[in-house]
Design a protein around this ligand. Structure first.
Ligand SMILES: NC(=O)c1ccc[n+]([C@@H]2O[C@H](COP(=O)([O-])OP(=O)(O)OC[C@H]3O[C@@H](n4cnc5c(N)ncnc54)[C@H](OP(=O)(O)O)[C@@H]3O)[C@@H](O)[C@H]2O)c1
Length: 214
């Protein structure tokens, strides 16, 4: 089913997810403080008529599903500046991480997750955490010699999680596991950190965790 997706952000993640979703048949509006900046021209050419770039508010209004693809440093500020009516009753996918990279990677939040904070900021929306555990290069149509990676989701609303499940399938994720309510997004943010440390130790960027089954 074709749906409108609004993406808050037009960085690495916003552009890669935007392109993947256009390829999968969705209509996509990504967003930036400077939507008319020439740095976005190549992306616009690549996606054609099914994708465009606008302001954060316009993307929020456009999307039936919203994806938050913003650095933690500005995320609260951007989300708080959006008219909450534009996000009301919508699925809001959070792919973000809050990490310190000085002296080895560490989580910035210890007793809460980014996704829980977004859910608190948007009580009328249904936040679902996913895709934060992998690098942007493998967020769409992941292919590995060694098998299929696993993707986790968490959130409080079952129909929003079902929506995200089918969106992930459209992006080529074969194995999706629902970890539970939005508090479980803390696990996903920790799994991301474990993955980053593993990638660094094994000098294997672009890796992903898999579940090995008999
Ligand atoms: N990159 C990855 O491999 C990866 C993987 C998993 C999860 N994540 C998470 O996904 C999120 C996005 O990552 P990214 O790599 O796409 O980030 P990015 O490339 O740095 O994207 C930055 C986006 O945020 C906007 N932005 C930056 N500072 C801003 C400010 N002060 N006010 C308003 N907007 C601002 C930029 O807007 P302008 O266009 O206006 O500059 C741009 O659209 C992060 O939370 C990251 O941890 C990233």
């Amino acid at each position: 089913m074709s749906m409108n997706i609004g993406i808050l952000g037009a960085g690495n993640v916003g552009k890669i997810l935007g392109k993947g979703l256009v390829t999968a048949g969705y209509q996509v509006l990504i967003s930036s403080r400077e939507p008319h900046d020439p740095k976005h021209f190549t992306w616009k050419q690549e996606v054609g008529k099914s994708g465009d770039i606008a302001s954060f508010n316009e993307a929020a209004l456009f999307g039936e599903i919203i994806i938050v693809a913003l650095p933690w440093s500005c995320l609260k500020e951007v989300v708080e500046a959006i008219d909450p009516v534009y996000l009301q009753n919508k699925t809001v996918i959070d792919v973000s991480n809050a990490v310190h990279f000085d002296n080895g990677p560490r989580l910035q939040l210890v007793d809460r997750s980014v996704a829980e904070i977004i859910q608190q900021l948007l009580p009328e929306s249904h936040v679902v955490k996913t895709l934060n555990t992998v690098s942007d290069k493998i967020m769409i149509y992941p292919k590995f010699r060694e098998g299929s990676p696993i993707m986790f989701i968490s959130g409080n609303n079952t129909s929003s999680k079902n929506q995200v499940n089918s969106l992930l399938k459209d992006l080529g994720w074969p194995l999706i596991v629902d970890l539970g309510d939005i508090r479980q997004s803390r696990l996903q943010e920790s799994i991301m950190l474990a993955c980053v440390i593993s990638e660094n130790q094994l000098q294997s960027p672009g890796s992903a965790f898999a579940l090995l089954r008999h």
